[in-house]
Design a protein around this ligand. Structure first.
Ligand code: ASP
Ligand code: MG
Length: 406
């Protein structure tokens, strides 16, 4: 067998404790023994990143973003060192590096930095010496030598970017599930593992709430056409390939159902219906960093209208504060909030060329007597906001309706 260059990324749950780290080491050593070159990217142990964020919050509620990155990057530094030691114990040559050490250069936007370039010389040198190269995920460094992080879940991005830069033969993302499923198996036990999924579908699913991979990492994979194999670190089974075009029967319209309970709805009543009002509202929200997702504005009859939109729950308090003061300023009415909502979505490239998929989705929800509060669509997805208490029923009904339970 020809020698391959493989990039393997292990998520936090795959290295949550010593036993699991040893497990990962065994897998890595096996690949290496077969004669492959292996570059390993690791996340912080278990919930380390969350714990560090909590810790910072106990010191101040306004930590500097630069210091936040300094703090969070330590999580991954622990994992790489421990994994290197575990490999040494297996008599497998390995060396660990921080993002800065392997030349992952980013811009200066702390806590969500973008990779500008990667200088892979060091990695190549070490591979040549026959070592497994272990790289701390989720981090880089600015040209001024300040440590940065790449946004939550950013180790995926490190892995994809390295795979691209090294022209790796394979990029494997190891996680605690067997791959990408038609829906969350904890909600619908009939959910099936998909053999393949396209970048576009995966991007859609990631942004709609399926938390398997960081959305930005899939954007980069798509841009440079890096095929990704998402699989479990707890089994030898193959997982799901994320690729450009899936070989699929034509009649597959919907490939996945996602559920997101992480949003809340804000409604501004009686907004004056004149140019510039929506621009003002959403500009102010953007300025304070509240990212808005779905927006619905009704047709006005009496020169005023209601505007509803969803925000991520952590942004709700800020969003409400801004919206209330804006409402006064523009002469609008009451501001309402609803945290008990859920977004259910159907995703599939097949729906592009098939009319009637939306009607089918709405009909399925109607049959379950579930009221649809907001709707949004893209090329390859349709989302409905419904009351949270119906979320699971909706997912199951849609999973059945679109033939995914078979
Ligand atoms: N440890 C970081 C996080 O939890 C990066 C990652 O896991 O990919 O977000
Ligand atoms: Mg993590």
């Amino acid at each position: 067998m020809a020698k391959k260059l493989i990039v393997q990324k292990f998520g936090g749950s795959s290295v949550a404790n010593v036993e699991r780290i040893q497990n990962v080491a065994k897998r890595v050593a096996d690949y290496k023994k077969k004669g492959n070159d292996v570059v390993v990217v690791v996340s912080a142990l278990g919930d380390t990143t969350d714990e560090l964020i909590t810790l910072a919050g106990q010191v101040t509620n306004e930590p500097s973003e630069r210091e936040m990155d300094m703090l969070l990057s330590t999580g991954e530094q622990i994992s790489v060192a421990l994994l290197a030691m575990a490999l040494h114990k297996l008599k497998c040559q390995a060396i660990s590096f921080t993002g800065a050490q392997v030349g992952i250069i980013t811009d200066k936007s702390h806590t969500r930095a973008r990779i500008v370039k990667i200088n892979c010389d060091k990695i190549k040198e070490e591979l040549k010496k026959g070592r497994v190269v272990i790289v701390a995920g989720f981090q880089g460094v600015t040209p001024e030598q300040d440590i940065t992080t790449l946004g939550r879940g950013g180790s995926d991005l490190t892995a994809v970017a390295l795979a691209k830069e090294l022209s790796a033969d394979e990029c494997e993302i190891y996680t605690d599930v067997e791959g990408i499923y038609t829906t969350d198996p904890r909600i619908e036990p009939k959910a099936k593992k998909l053999a393949e999924i396209t970048y576009d579908e995966m991007l859609e699913m990631a942004s709609l709430g399926a938390q398997v991979m960081q959305a930005r990492s899939i954007e980069v994979a798509k841009k440079f056409d890096v095929p990704i194999h998402v699989r479990s670190s707890f089994s030898a089974n193959s997982g799901t390939m994320i690729i450009k075009e899936a070989k699929r029967m034509e009649d597959v319209l919907v490939n996945g159902i996602t559920l997101n309970k992480g949003e809340a709805k804000i409604t501004i009543c009686d907004v004056p219906d004149k140019p510039g009002i929506a621009a003002k509202i959403f500009k102010e929200l953007a300025l304070v960093g509240v990212s808005v997702d779905m927006i619905v504005q009704n047709v006005s009859h009496l020169r005023s209208t209601d505007i509803s939109f969803t925000v991520n729950k952590p942004g709700l308090a800020k969003g409400i504060k801004i919206t209330k003061s804006l409402a006064k300023e523009i002469g609008a009415g009451e501001v309402l909030q609803d945290e008990d909502i859920a977004r259910v979505s159907i995703v599939g490239v097949g729906m592009k060329s098939h009319p009637g998929v939306a009607a089918n989705m709405f009909g399925t929800l109607a049959k379950e007597k579930i009221n649809i509060e907001m709707i949004s669509t893209s090329d390859i997805s349709i989302s409905c906001i419904i009351q949270k208490k119906f979320a699971e029923i909706a997912v199951k009904a849609l999973h059945e309706e679109f033939g995914l339970s078979k």
